[in-house]
Write a protein that binds this ligand. Structure first.
Ligand code: SAJ
Length: 443
């Protein structure tokens, strides 16, 4: 089948789709294309996940508006079927890959899942098929990893016997369906005609801009947009550290800076977590660093952000010292373990770094998080007998916490605030990120 014939089948929703990797990206993708009228085959390596999906039950954790109902509907309608058997892909004209693409401790991309999926797809790859990578990948990966690996595994040639594209996902936990429907996408094709076929496909589910591009542009856009965010958060964090040193209040400074045209200073805080922001700057800069390009700002920003959980410990030690206490032997209540407010997602959580470091310094740690099942509980009860509270996540629940009752529960009234969660009154030994000691006098 020619690419133009495939595009016609896509436009008519006659093309048979497959989604490899039914996680928090792949499953909603599969559901939305099934809802749009395509026959979708979902493939995953976890049999229990496949069974759950075929029973119409979502395996995705957390609150994802609309996903559970949509999944049940498309499974009941028979437009989505899941399997562990790659042979089912032999009938598919479009194959979308949504598998994890982490970086390791040395910030090197680890494509084991992507390579395995391509190796298993190769032998069953249908002639004329369009293969789209939605996973976030380092610029150059389509050309240096995906194409050669799929050509070798299939014995087919890209551009002649199958077509390749990269359409990076832009989902966010908690808004998976909303983002897939409402956020613009870059459709990077190995040729302009391939990009056009991708536009025809995504037009069935995306109500926002669809921008045609080549593969390397698509790779650069996704990783750059997240590196951009990381660098800007690092700037806010560095200004916070400066404010602490000179007696400023970074929150006031930020408010007034952002009154200046064209400024949009982000929020300083206790660190940067999640599945995207800590990883994508390393993907963006990987190949350039390998080639000896002096990439300095991106690693420096990562270092600033990775240092923030440890800065929380410096603030805590300073506050405890004021109470003639030491960190070793202190009982510390950590408020918030998720990486983001009002989320249960703990991936790369700054709190995990803090908790490990506190324990290493001999502190006894009590963790509360209203969204993370193992840390749910009554905050005031957990505060009983503690020597300090460290606020790491601005969960909505904390806004209504009775600070007087909290102070009474503590052995020592030490409060360290990493996200400006609280506006503490008198009686606290308080340290806030970005709040110089002098600035507190004016609070
Ligand atoms: N954070 C700050 N200061 C800020 C913003 C975030 O310290 O001003 C911290 C958060 O506490 C968190 C981490 O950074 O620990 C990441 O927060 P995030 O708001 O960037 O949320 P993510 O990780 O879910 O990022 C996603 C990304 N979306 C995709 O990759 C598709 C990112 O591109 C989006 O910009 C971001 O959501 C968003 O807009 O909320």
């Amino acid at each position: 089948m020619s690419l133009s014939e495939l595009q016609t089948r896509i436009e008519r929703q006659e093309a048979r789709l497959a989604v490899i990797g039914l996680g928090y990206v792949g499953l909603p993708v599969a559901c939305l294309f099934a809802e749009a009228g395509f026959a979708v085959t979902g493939v995953d390596i976890q049999p229990e996940r496949v069974d759950q999906i075929n029973a119409g039950v979502s395996p995705i954790e957390g609150d994802e508006p609309g996903l559970a109902g949509l999944l049940a509907d498309v499974v009941a309608a028979g437009t989505l079927r899941a399997t562990i058997d790659y042979k089912a892909l032999a009938a598919c004209d479009v194959v979308i890959l949504c598998v994890e693409t982490p970086v390791d401790e040395q910030h090197v991309p680890r494509y084991a899942a992507l390579r395995a999926a391509l190796r298993d797809l190769g032998p069953v790859l249908r002639a004329g098929a369009l293969v789209i990578i939605e996973s976030t990948i380092a610029p150059g990966t389509m050309a240096r990893v995906v194409q050669p690996l799929l050509e070798e595994a299939s014995g087919k040639r890209a551009g002649d016997d199958f077509h390749l594209g990269h359409c990076p996902e832009r989902v966010m936990p908690g808004k998976l369906l909303a983002n897939l429907r409402g956020v613009s996408r870059v459709c990077g094709g190995e040729t302009p005609e391939t990009a056009d076929a991708m536009l025809a496909l995504y037009r069935h589910v995306v109500q926002a801009d669809l921008d045609a591009a080549d593969c390397v542009t698509a790779e650069l856009v996704k990783t750059a947009e997240n590196a951009y965010r990381d660098v800007n958060i690092a700037f806010a964090n560095e200004v916070a550290l400066i404010c602490e040193a000179v007696g400023g209040d970074v929150w006031k400074v930020r408010e007034l800076v952002n009154k200046s045209p064209g400024r949009a200073m982000l929020l300083p805080g206790a660190g940067v977590g999640g599945h995207c922001i800590p990883k994508d700057p390393w993907l963006l800069s990987y190949q350039a660093r390998e080639q000896g390009v002096p990439v300095r700002l991106i690693p420096a920003a990562r270092a600033v952000n990775e240092g923030m959980p440890l800065h929380m410990i410096a603030l805590l030690e300073s506050a405890l010292a004021e109470a003639d206490r030491e960190l070793a032997g202190a009982r510390v209540l950590v408020l918030g373990y998720a990486y983001l407010e009002n989320s249960d997602d703990t991936r790369h959580s700054p709190s995990a770094v803090l908790v490990e470091a506190l324990a290493a310094r001999g502190a006894e740690v009590v963790i509360h998080d209203p969204y993370v099942p193992s840390y749910q509980g009554d905050v005031l009860a957990m505060a009983q007998g503690c020597d300090a509270v460290v606020a790491m996540v601005k969960h909505g629940e904390y806004q209504s916490l009775d600070l007087g009752a909290l102070q009474s529960a503590l052995r020592v009234p030490v409060l360290v605030d990493g996200r400006r969660v609280f506006a503490p009154g008198a009686g606290w030994i308080y340290r806030g990120v970005g709040e110089g000691i002098l600035s507190q006098a004016s609070r």
